[in-house]
Write a protein that binds this ligand. Sequence first.
Ligand code: FE2
Length: 329
Amino acid sequence: MNAPNTEQQALIRYLEGRWSEEQVRQRLSREGRSGEPVFDGRSLQFHPENWSLMRFALRWGLRVTGLYERGTRNALRLRVRRHHLRLPGLPAPLAGVRLLHMSDLHLDMHPDFPGLLRKRVQPLNYDVCLITGDFRYSTTGSYLPAIDALKHVLEVVDVPVYAVLGNHDPLAIVPALERIGVRVLLNEAVLWEERGQPLALAGVDDPHYFGCHDLERARDGVPEGVPLLLLSHSPELYREAAEAGYLAYFCGHTHGGQISLPGGIPVLTNARCPRSYCQGSWSYGGMQGYTTVGAGSSVLDVRFNCQPEVVLHILSAAQRGDVNTSVFP
Ligand SMILES: [Fe+2]
């Protein structure tokens, strides 16, 4: 990467003490790779979100078959899922803590979406709000429309909001997010108390595309014995996170396939992990995880057999033989 320009210098200054200049420059250089490739030779990953020809062909195919309108209606059928998350060893006073989990908002996807999201969130009761990345619809262009839309949504949220970045989010979005009250966890952790008990929440940078995540650094300074939750854009770190001692893992990215076969079977999940980690609740080792199918849509503003959601996780202590369950009101 060449010498940083004025905007990049400002970002380096803004993140001083959180990320080194070298880390910022590494992330920015990955953002600038040949206009976001469809195939990334470094990770051997296919990125359909960057393939404008596929977007055009899909839209055309759906229009000529008369399915496009139905797909866009489906994409706006946003529901609230209540998920009982049973965590082994959770201190009893933390039972009942409620975490609102939103992901893959892609807020500038459709003009009606931010208002709809705000309407779904407004009546809910929760202690903390978690957002697991992908604020912007496209992987390029301005992030400001997404920030304006999120500001509108967050007017009805009066609890702390923590987030991580996704593969659609440039590092430069961080100051704008933090100005509207969203604390972005860039391989960092926060500690807070609920009902007199400490809880820790760590967050890593997007592991799917940018690869600047650091699970070990993210938990730096968290005292032993404090229940440790993780935000990551994608589920792809499930094994490393369990080995690093995280108790729960919240993520999105896969959109649950977004366009799925009848029965909710995804055509593509766009993640380097088994499909069992790509939607809903799962566990690995002693760690419990949840991959939300997301609230918004990308590539195209359509969904089939995969209804968008925001999730209200309700914590409880696990008993032997417990299974995590979710319900729709
Ligand atoms: Fe997404």
